[in-house]
Design a protein around this ligand. Structure first.
Ligand code: AMP
Ligand code: MN
Ligand code: MN
Length: 326
């Protein structure tokens, strides 16, 4: 259900009453985390607020083309805020160190998100599971409050919408998503440039990573999985763990129902899940301490790669066995 009218009003009132506003999104930020954050921050600047945008690890290189992305702080050690706005983050762990600081140093917290697994933390919730991206929810708040939509804000929000919907391809894409995209384009957001600089690009390092990781791919009775090791990362000359979009590629294999990519960290394993319609990996990720959407979710589990595979693959198998009853 969309949030009650009172929540939109409470959020608009809290913003109107605030001077210093901290804006954060989830760590290891993706296009929607950065897009919704920059969109919100830009709108607040337009209202004359003192805005601090921050996200753990800062802006990834591939999103640095977004206007004003250089203003985002990668860490936070001082400041007191009237308000913190958390975007695209389903729980307080996801907002990382900057979020932890913000929770302790902000008088109020708005939780603006679109994950059905959102824990409803914070004082005011704008959690809209029907929205294809947090950027859609930011757009709706701007419209509700009657705030101006500058080109830079539209640019950032369209980047969030395009990346989270993989170019308007995933089932969560609604006619409303397209209406919003149209409004953002009318405000000056360059759709084809955003597509070209996010979805239609990859580094050669990522190609090298796939070369290694594809050797680990296995498909059995609808369950497709792969692993990326620390060694693969090193051989590809990458500093930060990523799958370079591999999990999205694997779930599109004809016979696949659920795709799982294991990403080995020094003492834990990050796991990305994708499902074809009819199967729910959001529930599984939540049970493993993570979260996400029905068709795209993730978590991090402690231990070795082998331990994670042993723990998680039978659970993914169960999702396939139990699923598609609808
Ligand atoms: P990814 O596989 O990293 O692209 O993530 C897919 C979806 O799962 C995104 O909506 C993420 O926000 C969500 N997600 C990934 N990892 C976690 C986590 N550790 N906790 C909560 N949600 C997650
Ligand atoms: Mn995200
Ligand atoms: Mn999102």
């Amino acid at each position: 259900m969309p949030p009650a009218e009172t929540n939109w009003q409470a959020a608009a009132d809290a913003i109107a009453a605030a001077q210093a506003v901290l804006v954060v999104s989830h760590s290891s930020p993706d296009g929607d985390a950065i897009g919704s954050l920059l969109g919100m921050a830009g709108a607040l600047c337009g209202l004359g607020k003192k805005v601090i945008p921050a996200v753990d690890e800062g802006v990834p290189d591939e999103l640095a083309f977004l206007p004003n992305s250089q203003a985002i702080l990668p860490r936070l050690a001082h400041g007191e805020f009237d308000l913190m706005i958390a975007l695209d983050a389903s729980d307080i762990e996801r907002i990382g160190q900057v979020g932890k600081y913000g929770l302790a140093h902000s008088r109020r917290v708005i939780n603006l998100d679109h994950h059905p697994t959102n824990t409803r933390f914070g004082d005011i919730q704008l959690v809209v599971p029907e929205a294809a991206a947090a950027a859609e929810v930011v757009f709706d708040l701007l419209q509700y409050a009657g705030w101006q939509l500058s080109r830079d804000v539209a640019f950032a929000l369209l980047a969030g919408l395009v990346t989270d919907t993989q170019g308007f391809r995933i089932p969560a894409t609604s006619s409303r998503s397209l209406e919003i995209a149209q409004a953002l384009m009318k405000a000056g957001a360059p759709l084809s440039e955003i597509m070209a600089r996010t979805l239609n690009r990859r580094s050669f390092a990522e190609v090298t990573l796939w070369q290694k990781a594809l050797q680990s791919v296995q498909l059995r009775d609808g369950l497709i999985c792969a692993a990326i090791t620390q060694n693969d990362l090193k051989l590809a000359n990458l500093r930060k763990m990523t799958d370079g979009g591999l999990v999205n590629y694997l779930v599109d294999v004809d016979a696949a129902k659920v795709a799982v990519v294991f990403k080995e960290l020094p003492t834990a394993v990050e796991i990305s899940f994708r499902a074809r319609p009819g199967y729910d990996v959001g529930r599984l990720a939540l049970a493993l301490g993570g979260g996400g959407h029905v068709l795209a979710a993730g978590c991090t589990v402690a231990g070795s790669l082998q331990q994670a595979q042993k723990q998680v693959l039978p659970l993914a198998r169960k999702i396939i066995d139990e699923g598609d009853s609808a």
